[in-house]
Design a protein around this ligand. Structure first.
Ligand code: SF4
Length: 320
């Protein structure tokens, strides 16, 4: 990876609150108040140009909401999202690769038209011949054949469909890709192929990634830096090697323990006990305290701040 050190994206104290109140008439009839869901709470991170930052956590931790905020699908309730200028001098814009490639591809369109759509919409090629040439080039870049352009999405396997999604995302010549669980719907062997493809494209095209996953083992070989999220907040953030060698937050340690180890397949693997609490009624103090094996009384009342450590990690735990 060709990481320059300059920031491609800076996210500063990002908040997103959803109004999930019942309809007005129900609130009046049943004397209900308004209800708010704080999906993303005071989240800050930086993604360097040419690098990959991964957001990791269980379902409902707010990582996909961050992805949608960064791509402009949602507006922030507070905080800032700042993209650096790209090669054109204009601020970078993010393209998104979704979890379910089948749902994100129009089933009635031939693949060549799916990939050509951004070229036509953004007027990136002047003639139909130039569009066809570019579609053929993109199909080849992602490991498909030019003849595949004549087929429909249902004629492909899950891994091939994700290759089509990547080709379409690349059609608009992005420098920044937000990848929301791009391999979680795929078999393990196919996951590895797609991750290898994404790494190769990152090197060849100088792409910057914000990668979203529930699985630390998936992001290990993709990421320069990992941020672990829990109930809308970052609870630990560190360089990838630091996080795997010396995880400091109890939640990160439990997530790591769930990863299978080929060297000791019979090792006792603990799972993270209990369910993620409802973000509509988050626990007091440290929101991880009902599930934390190290919780003490202080944890129930006092929320830990995200503190910086000497190895560059930052951790939100009173006893890290
Ligand atoms: Fe566990 Fe307390 Fe640390 Fe929260 S602050 S992670 S409850 S030890």
């Amino acid at each position: 990876m060709n990481v320059t050190g300059a920031a491609a994206l800076e996210v500063d104290r990002l908040d997103r609150v959803f109004d999930v109140s019942s309809p007005f008439l129900n609130r009046v009839l049943y004397r209900q108040g308004r209800r708010y869901l704080h999906a993303v709470n005071d989240v800050s991170f930086t993604v360097p140009k040419g690098g990959c930052l991964s957001l990791v956590g269980e379902s409902g931790c707010g990582k996909s909401t961050v992805a949608r905020l960064v791509t402009g699908i949602y507006r922030p309730s507070a905080g800032e999202i700042r993209f650096a200028p790209g090669r054109s001098g204009q601020p970078l814009s993010a393209q998104m690769i979704f979890q379910d490639p089948y749902a994100s591809l129009n089933p009635r369109w031939r693949v060549k038209n799916i990939i050509a759509e951004p070229l036509r919409e953004l007027k990136l090629r002047d003639t139909e011949a130039a569009i066809s040439d570019r579609v053929a080039e993109l199909l080849t870049v992602v490991g498909l054949s030019v003849a595949d352009g004549e087929k429909f999405p249902h004629e492909f396997s899950g891994g091939q469909r994700q290759r089509i999604s990547i080709a379409r995302a690349l059609a608009s010549e992005p420098e920044f890709l937000v990848c929301d669980e791009p391999t979680s719907a795929l078999d393990v062997s196919v996951q590895a192929q797609i991750l290898n493809l994404m790494r190769r494209l990152q090197d060849e095209l100088g792409l910057t990634y914000l990668f979203i996953s529930h699985d630390l083992s998936v992001v290990r070989h993709m990421s320069d830096r990992i941020a672990v999220m829990y109930l809308g907040r970052i609870v630990e953030q560190a360089e990838t090697e630091v996080l795997f060698a010396d995880p400091k937050h109890p939640y990160t340690r439990l997530l790591l323990e769930t990863i299978p180890d080929v060297n000791s397949p019979n090792r006792d693997r603990r799972t993270v006990a209990g369910e993620v609490p409802s973000p509509l009624a988050p626990p007091s103090g440290c929101t991880f305290h009902p599930r934390c094996p190290l919780a003490q009384n202080r944890c129930k009342t006092e929320r830990p701040a995200l503190d910086s450590k000497s190895d560059g990690a930052s951790v939100a735990c009173h006893f890290a």
